[in-house]
Design a protein around this ligand. Sequence first.
Ligand SMILES: [Zn+2]
Length: 360
Amino acid sequence: MSVRVDPAGNLVGRYEGERDGPPLLIGSHLDSVRDAGRYDGPLGIMLGVECVAALHAEERRMSFPIEVYAFGDEEGSRFPAAMLTSRAVAGTLDPATLDLRDAAGISLEDALALNGLSVSGFASARHGAALAYLEAHIEQGPVLEAEALGVGTVTGIAAQLRYAITVTGRAGHAGTTSMALRRDALSAAAAMISKAEEVARAGDADLVATVGSIEVYPGAANVVPGEVRFTLDVRAASDAGRDAAALTIRSGFEAIARERGVRYICRLLQDLPASPCDPALMALMDAAIDDAGVSPFRLVSGAGHDAMILASLCPTAMLFIRCEGGISHNPAERVSANDCEIALRVMRGFIDKLGATVRD
Ligand SMILES: [Zn+2]
C-alpha cells in the first residue's frame, strides 16, 4: 500500500485496483479510552491490513482500489467531541464546532499544530465518492457469545435519545416531617427509574433504557431530598421503537410525579436517529459468513461506530466479532485468535463478493 496521513490525522493505506474508481474503504479507529482493552478499534484496522496483505501475497488486484483507514479520534477521549476524524472524511464536520479544549485547557488547534495539522485543514480530509465502507469491530456486548457464534452481521447502529430530568419536591427535616406530608424527590425518582427499567424489560431485545447518573439535593442524611436530577438514555434498533418506548416511559414519569405531588421537568439532550447498514451489503456479509462455515446471524449495535458517520458518504457494512463476556473499555477485553481468523475469512469473502457485483 502507499501510505499517507490525511489532513485530519488519519493514517491511510491505499492498494490500487486493476482500474481507478471509487475505492472500498475498510477502517476502524486507532484511538481508545483510558484503561482500555487492545481490540476496540485497532482490531478492525489490522483486519483491513490483513485483507490487503492476503491479496498482495496472491498478487491479486480487485477491480477497485482499497483504502484502509485508521481513524484518529472516535472515542473523544481527550476533546469533548467524538468521531471528529471520520466526520472529517465523511464531510459532515462543521469547523465552527472545533473550538475545543481538553481538560488541561489545551486547544484542539494547538494540539493539532504539534502534529503539523490544523483545524482549518480538517475540511480537506473529505473523501470523494466511495464504493462502500466496511468495518469489523468487537461486539462489546454478550449477544454473539450467548449465541455461540464467532461473528455476526450488524444491521445498523441503534437510535438513541438522551434526556436530563429534574424532579422537584420539598426538602424537610428527616426527623420531624411526617410521611404523609412529604414531597420526597428521591422516592419519586426511584419509582421513575424502576418504571424505565420495567418498560425496557417488557420490550423487544434491542430496546434498552438506562439511568446512569443521578444527583440528590441537598444530599444530607438528615434531610428529605428536595430535588433530584438524573439522566435517561433510551436506545432501540428503529427510531419508531425508540420513540414509542420513550413516550411510554415519560408518561409513566408524569403519572408518578402527579401521584406524589412533585414537579417534573424533562429536557431532551440528544437525538441520534438509527443508522441502518446497507441491505445489499448485509446480504453479501451473510453469504460470506455462511461460506466461512458460521451460521449467519444479524444483530443491532447499541454503541456508536465510525460506520454510522461514513453512512452519509457511501453504503456501509459492519461485522461484529465475539468478545469474552461482552467486556470492553477494560484491560480484560479479549477476543480469540480463532474468531479473528474467521473474521478475516469473512471479510475476504465479502470483498470478493463485492468485486463480483462491481464487475457486472
Ligand atoms: Zn470502538
